[in-house]
Design a protein around this ligand. Structure first.
Ligand code: ZN
Ligand code: ZN
Length: 347
């Protein structure tokens, strides 16, 4: 066992504290990663506060991880010492079900193993990336191209792939009109990626307060959803709407924005059920869908795509001692656009 420095939540109600956690001894196919940066995802906050169900405390979260390989097991072939690598939202899956075999490990029929708060295949509870090191089996470790700024690479592992996967699946590209709802950590990546894919992109945000930034990310249009006229103006407009907002929204109003065969995809998850008037779906043969992160090969494709196109998240780098304050700011949407912890501050 390797004892490493980390930040952990002692309970659902206490602030995160510095502590140490254990990492397993390297198995033959394991990779030891010295973490350099870890992004702060809204899911981390929901999880440590027990809002998504009971979790085992103390718990270290973080599933936007970048670092360098410092040791490899005897049978590792995919990575070597010194490689710049990343780990996202999952660290294992069954490898046998039809979804795993098709490369969609995130939809593993037996459940993928989450990077934190999950029971790993060896029975231990997984601990996330707010720590100096992590041990992960080699085929759940991604290659991070050197051209992506190191600290900016971290949020690609969750925010990046969560938006890339539905944009790719529903074929955002030239001639397609795409709307991104919400301009936060996920939303700003959705805009950048959809623009890079060649789509005509509209941001739908509550107010126009981030309009200049949204247009700066390449969006062609920007509308305030707080203005009812927006929904009249944009009726029957979009091929694809990516919703990154976790708060309940008026589904009827948003679905009415889809043109023929348009799809509304939620990657934000309000805890309450959303009522949908099915007649709204009849019109224009509309679809309502969800999407969860991406498979390992698709995540690698996204990292390579972002490197080629020079796309990276806009981040605010913080130290380990600023995480609790950062959580409060995330909850107030007061971040441009993702916090990333400089793990050097934990050593
Ligand atoms: Zn996340
Ligand atoms: Zn599986």
């Amino acid at each position: 066992m390797l004892t490493v420095n980390a930040i952990a939540a002692p309970s659902a109600t206490e602030p995160l504290v510095r502590t140490t956690i254990e990492r397993r001894d390297l198995g033959p196919r394991d990779v030891l990663i010295e973490i350099t940066y870890a992004g702060i995802c809204h899911s981390d906050i929901h999880t440590v506060r027990g809002e998504w169900g009971k979790v085992p405390y103390p718990l270290t979260v973080g599933h936007e991880i970048v670092g360098h390989v410092t040791e490899v097991g005897a049978e590792v072939t995919l990575h070597t010492v010194g490689d710049r690598v990343g780990v996202g939202c999952m660290v294992n899956s069954c490898r046998e079900c039809e979804n795993c075999l098709a490369g969609h490990q995130q939809y593993c029929a037996k459940g993928n193993t989450g990077t934190y708060a999950a029971v790993d295949r060896d029975g231990t509870v997984t601990q996330g990336g707010y720590s100096t090191h992590i041990v992960v089996v080699e085929d759940f470790v991604l290659r991070v191209p050197e051209s992506i700024p190191h600290e900016a690479a971290a949020p690609l592992l969750c925010a990046g792939i969560t938006t890339y996967s539905p944009l790719s699946h529903w074929k955002a590209g030239p001639g397609k009109k795409v709307a991104v709802v919400g301009l936060g950590g996920l939303g700003h990546m959705g805009v950048k990626i959809a623009v890079a894919m060649g789509a005509e992109v509209t941001v739908l945000s509550q107010t126009l307060s981030k309009k200049d930034e949204g247009l700066g990310f390449g969006a062609q249009h920007y509308y305030a959803t707080g203005d009812p006229a927006t929904f009249e103006t944009l009726k029957n407009s979009f091929d694809l709407i990516i919703n990154t907002v976790s708060a309940p929204i008026d589904m009827g109003a948003y679905l009415s924005l889809l043109r023929l065969d348009g799809t509304f995809v939620s990657v934000g998850a309000p805890p309450e059920p959303l009522p949908i008037q099915v007649f709204t779906l009849f019109n224009n043969r509309r679809s309502f869908a969800g999407s969860s992160i991406g498979g390992i090969a698709e995540t690698q494709e996204m990292l390579d795509f972002c490197a080629e196109r020079g796309i990276a998240p806009q981040v605010e780098v913080i130290s380990a001692d600023e995480v609790n304050e950062a959580y409060e700011r995330v909850l107030k949407s007061d971040v441009r656009y993702r916090f990333v912890i400089d793990i050097a501050s934990l050593r």
